[in-house]
Design a protein around this ligand. Sequence first.
Ligand SMILES: *[C@@H]1O[C@H](CO)[C@@H](O)[C@H](O)[C@H]1NC(C)=O
Ligand SMILES: *[C@@H]1O[C@H](CO)[C@@H](O)[C@H](O)[C@H]1NC(C)=O
Ligand SMILES: *[C@@H]1O[C@H](CO)[C@@H](O)[C@H](O)[C@H]1NC(C)=O
Ligand SMILES: *[C@@H]1O[C@H](CO)[C@@H](O)[C@H](O)[C@H]1NC(C)=O
Ligand SMILES: *[C@@H]1O[C@H](CO)[C@@H](O)[C@H](O)[C@H]1NC(C)=O
Ligand SMILES: *[C@@H]1O[C@H](CO)[C@@H](O)[C@H](O)[C@H]1NC(C)=O
Ligand SMILES: *[C@@H]1O[C@H](CO)[C@@H](O)[C@H](O)[C@H]1NC(C)=O
Ligand SMILES: *[C@@H]1O[C@H](CO)[C@@H](O)[C@H](O)[C@H]1NC(C)=O
Ligand SMILES: *[C@@H]1O[C@H](CO)[C@@H](O)[C@H](O)[C@H]1NC(C)=O
Length: 318
Amino acid sequence: MRFTHGHVPLFLFLCALVWSCSEIVHCKNQTLPQSEVDALKKIGAKLRKDWNFTVNPCSGTSGWVDKTGAVNVKCGACTANYCHITSIVLQGQNLTGSLPDEFSNLTSLQKIDLSFNYLNGNIPAAWASIPLTDIELEGNHITGRIPDELGRITSLQYLSLESNLIEGPLPQSLGNLTNLLGLNVIANNIIGRLPESLGHLKNMTYFLIGGNPITGKIPSFIGNWIQLYKLEIRGTSLEGPFPPIFFSLQNIVDLRVSDLKGGDGKFPLLQNMTNLNILVLRNMSIIDELPAYIGNMTMLAYLVLSLAIHSSFSFHLG
Ligand SMILES: *[C@@H]1O[C@H](CO)[C@@H](O)[C@H](O)[C@H]1NC(C)=O
Ligand SMILES: *[C@@H]1O[C@H](CO)[C@@H](O)[C@H](O)[C@H]1NC(C)=O
Ligand SMILES: *[C@@H]1O[C@H](CO)[C@@H](O)[C@H](O)[C@H]1NC(C)=O
Ligand SMILES: *[C@@H]1O[C@H](CO)[C@@H](O)[C@H](O)[C@H]1NC(C)=O
Ligand SMILES: *[C@@H]1O[C@H](CO)[C@@H](O)[C@H](O)[C@H]1NC(C)=O
Ligand SMILES: *[C@@H]1O[C@H](CO)[C@@H](O)[C@H](O)[C@H]1NC(C)=O
Ligand SMILES: *[C@@H]1O[C@H](CO)[C@@H](O)[C@H](O)[C@H]1NC(C)=O
Ligand SMILES: *[C@@H]1O[C@H](CO)[C@@H](O)[C@H](O)[C@H]1NC(C)=O
Ligand SMILES: *[C@@H]1O[C@H](CO)[C@@H](O)[C@H](O)[C@H]1NC(C)=O
């Protein structure tokens, strides 16, 4: 902090202190609107019968925590009279049943994390009205298509649906999620081509789609994702080779590709990806020499190459 401008920084500092204290005092009494309590009761009846409504849901205490101590419900977005539920996290709690529509009554909800349970049914289209940044549903039994309506959640930054039973194509509407930073749909039954609209997602940092029978060529819009640091396309039905623009992406740290059909037999031109830390290339029908520049990739810690069908090696560096 600089003090050269007289008392202004100190003044701001004191204001910040007073403001944050009153915020804390206020947030100790986190009164929820009745509509959110009602919605939470419905969600609880479906997912979590042991939530204790004689205790304040925002309290983060007994009745609102897992056996491990993880807090289920977080509140925030407080105004003079009320706070709102901003996060619901129920990871690995053996939950069964379907995904409740009633999350949509929580009008300030940012995060839904129901990973590693036994939840089934479809992703509710009703969720499209929630200002979510984060949907984490990894490791459940969710079926059906990704609803088109998900493309309306323009606040969404992270969507993880790994290891479910989701089918159908990735909807075109996902291209409207311009704040999306990460998409993980590994190990589902997603079919069809990657929609061109995904090329609008300039902030994409990870794109993980392996283990789905996705078809078509690797799209050249992937070159728009200049922030991309992790790409996983193992075990899809995509066709190579990589579009040349892919090799201009310099932020890639983790690249895992296998089983691409229709490659050109050449080792990919990775010399500009100097930040590579993990490189996995398997069953790509590459019949080529290992390029010398790989030896110059000082960040590379994990390398698995299984090049032609019968020649393969792997080793760990550093
Ligand atoms: C909490 O806030 C509500 C509504 O503003 C009020 O009725 C109640 O008395 C407050 N409780 C405490 C302990 O301050
Ligand atoms: C949730 O929202 C729906 C649609 O707006 C409404 O019909 C329903 O009454 C609300 N439920 C609760 C528990 O507030
Ligand atoms: C719910 O919380 C209240 C207040 O702490 C407590 O008296 C009651 O026993 C709890 N109910 C259950 C079912 O744990
Ligand atoms: C989930 O079920 C398994 C098997 O019954 C059990 O070992 C585990 O403790 C349960 N987990 C929770 C969080 O209740
Ligand atoms: C994306 O958003 C625009 C503008 O809101 C809308 O017109 C368009 O239909 C949306 N695209 C899809 C595929 O949903
Ligand atoms: C990407 O992120 C930046 C910074 O967080 C944000 O301003 C921008 O609106 C986002 N979306 C696009 C399409 O760039
Ligand atoms: C690597 O970067 C250099 C310099 O920017 C550029 O001329 C070259 O075309 C790039 N190579 C590839 C394979 O993208
Ligand atoms: C190698 O990839 C091809 C698709 O190019 C696939 O059909 C085949 O099953 C894969 N082989 C192995 C051993 O995974
Ligand atoms: C590896 O780095 C050394 C030193 O910077 C450089 O002289 C050499 O040309 C590089 N080799 C390749 C194949 O890029």
